[in-house]
Design a protein around this ligand. Structure first.
Ligand SMILES: Cc1ncc(COP(=O)(O)O)c(C=O)c1O
Length: 339
């Protein structure tokens, strides 16, 4: 039977879950780690899911149409790439405001999908460094004000972001593990993925534990990646510290469905990326490596013997080649004592 798709939008989701069996053996892990490989999405990350849900949700409500709407978002990259790809596939114009420090790969992908990069002055961007995500609202409003028939996709607060993961990512994990998932791990950018997935999994099985991967503040402060204000973790940040939640807690994040918050260093992140590259033939992006590092720490614990740990792995390392993410850095990685 012929199987020809009508558009790349039909290829979003149903990403594979792969158990890292060789890694389990090499590291002598007690628990099982099976990663959800979101780079199998057509535009390369878990953000494909939310871009499609947000666009199609707005279409269904009659709020946008390709002949008149320009989609607008202020983002660090993956959501922008996904929106750019699906805007192109559906015939929308797309205008993007970029956060500082966006990698050259992302810029080139946006160019490939014909996105319009908005002119944003350094003065406009200054509040992002002080206030983090809180500064995105006014920046987006400014982009909208300068766009005829602009429609902001508002990934930080749009409920369709959570819904994409509640409707699809969560159920896929549930079905593909036959309900055997015990621990779910993910990082927070907008909070949509950990919120949507955890809500779904906990409704099915309340004992599922959700762990939030948080970049270690020291690693962020003393970034090993030149020029990266986020320490090279790209796309995730800490939402909770010893004083409680901070200004970086987005509206789409859910404290209700998050059980634990684990800091991870950049050295652990690199080590996890290079281990899974070497033993599994999988090259992960930085936020994925951070969640994998947390998964490895969990899988080493006696109490997690036989448990099934699922880290959500948002994108792959090819998106960060300009930072030499593939390069083993013994001066950092040999100091890791956790695994
Ligand atoms: C590479 C990467 N990892 C993780 C995240 C966090 O995902 P979420 O926005 O669902 O919290 C993002 C998004 O900002 C991302 O781009």
């Amino acid at each position: 039977m012929a199987k020809i798709y009508n558009s790349i939008t039909e290829l979003v989701g149903r990403t594979p879950i792969v158990e890292f069996k060789r890694l389990e053996k090499v590291l002598g892990l007690k628990g099982r780690i099976a990663g959800k490989l979101e780079y199998f999405n057509p535009a390369g990350s878990h953000k494909d899911r939310i871009a499609l849900e947000i666009i199609e949700g707005a279409e269904a409500r009659g709020e946008i149409s390709p002949d008149k709407t320009t989609l607008v978002e202020f983002t660090s990259g993956n959501t922008g790439i996904a929106l750019a790809a699906f805007a192109a596939a559906k015939g929308y114009k797309f205008k993007i405001g970029l956060q500082p420090g966006v990698s050259v790969e992302r810029l080139k992908l946006l160019e490939a999908y014909n996105a319009e990069i908005a002119d944003i002055t350094p003065e406009d961007l200054a509040p992002v460094f002080e206030k983090g995500v809180e500064a995105f609202g006014p920046l987006t409003e400014k982009l909208l004000a300068g766009t005829v028939n602009g429609y902001a996709t508002w990934q930080l607060s749009n409920p369709d972001n959570i819904l994409a993961h509640y409707r699809h990512t969560g159920p896929e994990i549930w079905e593909d593990t036959d309900g055997a998932v015990d621990i779910f791990i993910g990082g927070v950018g907008t909070g949509g993925s950990t919120h949507g997935v955890s809500k779904y999994l906990k409704e099915k099985k309340p004992e599922v534990v959700t762990i939030i991967t948080q970049p270690d503040p020291e690693s962020v402060k003393n970034s090993a990646v030149e020029g990266a204000g986020d320490g090279g973790f790209h796309g995730i940040h800490a939402v909770k510290d010893e004083n409680g939640f901070n200004a970086m807690k987005p509206d789409n994040f859910s404290a209700e469905y998050s059980d634990r918050y684990e800091y991870v260093t950049y050295a652990e992140t690199l080590k996890a990326i290079h281990l899974v590259g070497r033993y599994e033939g999988i090259f992960l992006g930085a936020s994925a490596g951070a969640s994998l590092a947390v998964a490895i720490r969990e899988a080493l614990k006696e109490e997690n013997e036989g448990k099934l740990i699922i880290p959500l792995l948002p994108d792959n390392g090819e998106r960060y080649l300009s930072e030499n993410l593939q390069r083993v850095r013994p001066e950092l990685e040999n100091k890791v004592t956790t695994f």
